[in-house]
Design a protein around this ligand. Structure first.
Ligand code: MN
Length: 486
């Protein structure tokens, strides 16, 4: 079972009674927190020597079920003991600077109490060594039963799970990038080194072969699932069945190869009647990543951000900025795609429709899900290759119920206000080099993406309510220098 390890710092100067109390309380805290966190926190050890700490960190590195390590110093714990172990640790690391007791007990407090409950002291010594090592970490301070602390621990665990998904990511590409497009390109060897992604290509012809072997029973079963989840708003049932066939074949190929994300391109559909629309949308709802026009970067990021969301498959989706409403006072971006918007963003039950798709090599009208995106705070994220390094750009957004019906728009649509406002937001986004493709998420936060970037050791740029083009230009200039020096 996927889990986190709780490693608690102490030393052997306190005597067995104190150490027993530390161990017993640490186990109690881990158990209590486990009931409130997405993944259990397993108390491992009250660490008292360099050998013990090095051993547990090595074990954490090699245990596939261990997603990360959470440390805390109940007592003082000299940090030279931690140096070798922390230096070796390759999993996401969180320093929980907490305290067993909420209050200072007025009558009870004496020097024994002080020696047992000296996290204020121990956690600073512990923090220093990670700072000295330049170790990427998440520091969370506060009482362990505090709601905000628990929420932030939840987010740390989700980010660490995202790191795990990233390091095991395999992307299946059908066809290359859309001809001449720059921002969706990237160095696949560098991405494998830095993020762990294995990005490889499979022939569209192979997919067509697998499609031809899909049985009627398989198609019927998936059709029933479509019917259960979506309203059918077309007479063209054959097009829906064709999408089912595409979905089954793509899923079979991905599962057989351990892939969690895929990309395709409308420029390469040899042997296929229609671009996968509904097929890609339903696969995304199952947690698979997708990127249009050969965009494998956004595809992998979609899968990772979905995994970082609620229950390991949150409301995150491949998105594209399409067009603007520039009317003063009601300025919005309209996001959509030719077909492939994940129904995890939908405000209501999506409808299956078939419409003509002029772009690409579609012989027949592809079936797709049509819906409106829900309102709420979110982010859009874009990973770009700056040549020698990756930059992750995240912008805060506020999605709204689309302000018009758009009855002739045959695709799913999401409308939002980018921060700080539409035009400044666009200027910032363009200044940073962000793509037209993004991952839009309602339940992954900018802070989570910052931590993800920190653990993956990539550049992070955040555009929020306070960002100005002037400040951003300076920030990018400094970051450019810093990253060139590394
Ligand atoms: Mn696109």
């Amino acid at each position: 079972m996927k889990q986190f390890w709780f490693v608690v710092g102490s030393q052997d100067l306190y005597g067995q009674e104190v150490l027993d109390t530390v161990a017993q309380r640490s186990a109690e805290m881990a158990e209590w927190l486990s009931d409130r966190l997405p993944y259990p926190l397993v108390y491992k050890v009250t660490a008292m020597s360099a050998d013990q700490i090095t051993k547990v960190m090595k074990e954490a590195n090699y245990d596939d079920e261990c997603l990360g390590v959470i440390t805390w110093c109940h007592t003082f714990s000299p940090s030279k003991m931690w140096l070798n172990g922390l230096d070796l640790l390759q999993k996401p690391y969180c320093h929980l600077a907490t305290q067993y007791n909420l209050e200072i007990p007025n009558d009870e407090i004496d020097m024994d109490f002080m020696n047992l409950n000296q996290a204020a002291h121990g956690d600073r010594e512990h923090g220093f060594i990670a700072a000295r090592l330049r170790k990427p970490r998440k520091v969370i301070a506060g009482y362990w039963k505090d709601e905000k602390v628990i929420e932030r621990l939840c987010e740390f665990e989700k980010v660490a799970y995202g790191v795990h998904v990233s390091r095991n990511m395999k992307v299946m590409r059908f066809g290359d990038n859309m001809r001449d497009v720059a921002v969706t390109e990237g160095d696949k060897v560098e991405v494998q080194k830095v993020l762990g992604w294995q990005v490889n290509t499979w022939a569209v012809g192979d997919l067509v072969k697998v499609m031809n072997e899909v049985t009627d029973e398989e198609v019927e079963a998936l059709f029933a699932t479509y019917k259960e989840n979506y309203d059918i708003n077309t007479e063209n049932i054959a097009a829906i069945r064709y999408q089912a066939k595409e979905e089954i074949a793509i899923k079979k190929m991905m599962d057989a190869n351990g892939c969690k994300a895929f990309s395709n391109t409308f420029q390469d559909l040899y042997g296929m009647e229609q671009l996968p629309g509904l097929a890609s949308q339903h696969l995304m709802s199952l947690g698979y990543g997708y990127g249009g026009e050969g965009d494998w970067k956004v595809s992998a990021m979609t899968a990772i951000m979905k995994a970082m969301g609620d229950n390991g498959n949150g409301a995150s989706a491949f998105m594209e900025d399409y067009t603007y409403h520039l009317v003063k006072g009601s300025e919005y971006s309209l996001g959509a795609h030719m077909l492939e918007v994940c129904p995890s963003l939908a405000a209501d039950k999506p409808r299956i429709e078939t419409h003509h798709l002029g772009i690409g090599m579609n012989e027949k009208d592809p079936a797709r899900l049509v819906f409106e995106g829900k309102a709420g705070k979110g982010i859009v994220a874009s990973l770009i290759d700056m040549g020698g390094r990756l930059r992750l750009i995240v912008q805060d957004i506020e999605a709204v119920k689309p302000i018009m019906e758009m009855p002739n728009l045959p695709v799913a649509r999401v409308m939002w206000r980018a921060l700080p406002d539409l035009t400044d937001g666009v200027e910032c986004w363009i200044t940073a080099g962000g793509a037209h493709h993004t991952v839009l998420s309602y339940d992954v936060t900018a802070e989570m993406m910052r931590d993800f970037a920190k653990f993956m050791d990539i550049e992070f740029v955040h555009i929020d309510k306070d960002t100005t083009v002037e400040k951003l230009e300076d920030e990018l200039l400094i970051k450019d220098l810093v990253w060139k020096l590394r």
